[in-house]
Design a protein around this ligand. Structure first.
Ligand code: AHG
Ligand code: MN
Ligand code: MN
Length: 334
């Protein structure tokens, strides 16, 4: 069998090639360690008392699952003493978490969705963790503020996700393609199994929560109706549909075999600006998708160009195979 390298060697190679610094390497190693800890708990399920609700709500008024809280704690604890960060922010925390140090602050800011796909925890379907890395814009002796996080997604230094499925995968980019690693549970190593993942330009598969159909805007209604008409419609081809309801799992499928993933703005979520969160869902996934040759827009503009106004801001998301994303985006302009 072909000899495969591990995450550490991959990151050392990236560092030697000048694409990442030593402290970004440390950040990614530590995040991988946290992912491994979360994966161990996820795989034990009820045996680790990991299912069910925590009995609390997060800042967005969502009921927290036990695993939302646990995964958040694991990410915080793993990263707080590494010296590589100035502050963290998470879906599960109202405001930022400056790292508890009296000495110098680190060079990076870390944002995460500790547990993505919470509705799938109790039904044993793939869930994940999403993370985004930004550069700390402040001098090392200064205390970070929430405003420091409000950088457009194209400034991300790195982005990635973990998928807790039949196998645990870590997929990341530092701006030089998308790379996937599979957890070898026996040794705890992440093995480099998916080099340079790319999204096919064209696809015959789409993902959208069709129960929202009556709330969609006209361009989305038109696009989906055309896909559903299949061979006999304007597209002249049959399209298949998948909706896992874990963004990580749906995006991982798109990265693996192409497709389009949409959580567009609709009448139900218009007040909030969308369903998915910009800073720790849409931005990291958009960076990955673009790095894999795909595209990511709100329907009206590139997601990575949005200048954030709030930490927990929501956005419409249309991402995946370039030609399909361009088509839906063009429909919005007509
Ligand atoms: P989270 O569990 O972090 O709140 O995210 C859930 C998100 C995303 O993963 C998924 O694509 C979407 O919500 C599912 O929404 P519906 O339940 O409306 O299908
Ligand atoms: Mn999520
Ligand atoms: Mn979440």
């Amino acid at each position: 069998m072909q000899q495969r390298i591990g995450l550490t060697q991959f990151l050392v190679n990236e560092q030697h090639a000048g694409r990442i610094t030593a402290d970004l390497r440390l950040l990614l190693e530590i995040t991988a360690r946290a992912v491994r800890t979360i994966a161990a708990i996820v795989s034990k399920g009820a045996l680790a008392d990991a299912l069910g609700e925590a009995g609390t709500e997060n800042v967005q008024g969502e009921v927290q699952k036990k695993l939302d809280v646990t995964a958040n704690e694991i990410m915080l604890q793993a990263n707080e003493w590494g010296g590589h960060l100035a502050a963290m922010a998470s879906e599960e925390m109202e405001t930022i978490f400056p790292v508890p140090t009296d000495s110098q602050k680190g060079n990076f800011l870390l944002l995460f969705d500790p547990l993505d796909g919470s509705s799938n925890i109790d039904v044993n379907v793939t869930i994940g963790t999403i993370f985004s890395v930004l550069r700390n814009p402040r001098a090392h002796h200064e205390t970070p503020a929430e405003a420091d996080f409000l950088q457009p997604g194209h400034q991300q230094a790195a982005a990635g996700y973990a998928a807790y499925g039949p196998s645990t995968l870590l997929v990341l980019t530092v701006g030089n393609g998308v790379h996937g690693f599979t957890l070898l549970r026996e040794t705890g190593e992440f093995i480099y199994t998916h080099p340079f993942m790319t999204i096919p330009e064209e696809t015959r598969e789409y993902a959208i929560n069709a129960s929202n159909a009556r709330f969609w805007e006209e361009p989305v209604k038109r696009y989906i109706a055309e896909l559903q008409q299949g061979k006999t419609g304007p597209r002249g081809s049959d399209f298949n549909m998948r909706w896992i309801a874990s963004m990580v799992a749906d995006v991982h499928r798109v990265l693996t075999r192409g497709g389009i993933f949409m959580y567009p703005i609709d009448e139900k979520c218009r007040d909030k600006g969308g369903k998915l969160r910009l800073m720790y869902e849409a931005n990291p996934m958009s960076m990955l998708v673009e790095q894999a040759g795909g595209a990511a827009t709100t329907g009206r503009g590139r997601i990575l160009d949005i200048v954030p106004e709030r930490l927990h801001q929501r956005v419409p998301v249309i991402l995946g195979s370039r030609k399909e994303v361009e088509r839906v985006t063009a429909y919005h302009g007509e």
